[in-house]
Design a protein around this ligand. Structure first.
Ligand SMILES: [Zn+2]
Length: 265
């Protein structure tokens, strides 16, 4: 099945290759060439619209301490990032799910259920750095672009999600984000995107003044919780805390520490 899908994707990619060459971008930090058929302004508008949908559906945490912590860490990381100009916002959804996700353009959602794995700000900075990295690297728009290329949709056209989920761009967006099925549930990024977000996230947390070695503790906390592993959908199902992943992060910690800047506030 996988091979078939991979082959189908290659055939489709070959058919639209001339188009793809015209629609490429380079990722910040890692310099990777990515398919990009969505403009930054379209991406931001879609992200804003999806955020509004999610905020209608989900119950936000009213705990001032938790909200302050998530916002404090997120804002510090966003401030040192390559796009401090994004309209970053950090929300806490009151639900016992070990998850977090980001929408294009910088709306980050953290579920209260993930907080128990982060014993302090630096450990939680692992999650925030990872999510901020997904947005900076435009992984959502990249996924959308891949879906558009596969479906032969040339432009995103009218921005339409939710009610107009049947229309071209809206459908692609809904599929990319799983919004049609369940607002707020995002299809997993590719493994490569996940590794890239880990990598850039470590650097971001270091630049924001958090010891990147704390990321190992966060992931180990998740890996040690067998109960969480049995309860999908969680951050774990899209972000497996495998020993491989932890080892990859361990190997990157000395590099990330080179970016460490002590906090001034
Ligand atoms: Zn991720």
């Amino acid at each position: 099945m996988k091979t078939f899908r991979a082959r189908l994707f290659l055939i489709l990619a070959a058919l639209v290759l001339p188009l793809l060459l015209a629609y490429c971008a380079t990722t910040p930090y890692t310099g990777r060439t990515q398919i990009m058929m969505v403009s930054q302004s379209e991406e931001l508008a879609l992200g804003e619209q999806a955020a509004r949908e999610i905020l209608k559906e989900e119950k936000l945490s009213q705990d001032p301490a938790i909200n302050a912590q998530v916002r404090r860490i997120g804002e510090r990381i966003a401030a040192v990032s390559s796009r401090p100009d994004f309209k970053w916002e950090f929300f806490v959804i009151d639900k016992d799910v070990a998850n977090a996700f980001v929408l294009p353009g910088g709306k980050v959602f953290v579920y209260t259920g993930i907080l128990k794995y982060a014993t302090d700000d630096a450990e939680l900075a692992t999650v925030m750095g990872h999510e901020v990295a997904h947005a900076l690297l435009r992984h959502g728009a990249e996924r959308m672009s891949m879906a558009m290329a596969a479906q032969g949709v040339g432009t995103i056209g009218a921005i339409a999600i939710g009610g107009a989920a049947g229309s071209g761009a809206g459908q692609v967006f809904a599929q990319s984000y799983g919004l049609a099925a369940n607002v707020g549930v995002i299809l997993p990024f590719s493994r490569r995107q996940e590794e890239e977000a880990d990598h850039v996230g470590l650097r971001l947390m270091a630049e924001a003044g958090y010891d990147p070695a704390k990321a190992l503790e966060f992931w180990q906390n998740m890996a040690d919780d067998e109960d969480a592993a049995k309860r999908p959908p969680t951050f774990l199902s899209t972000h497996p805390a495998t020993q491989d992943r932890i080892e990859n992060i361990r190997a990157l910690v000395p590099w990330a520490r080179g970016f460490y800047r002590p906090r001034t506030s």
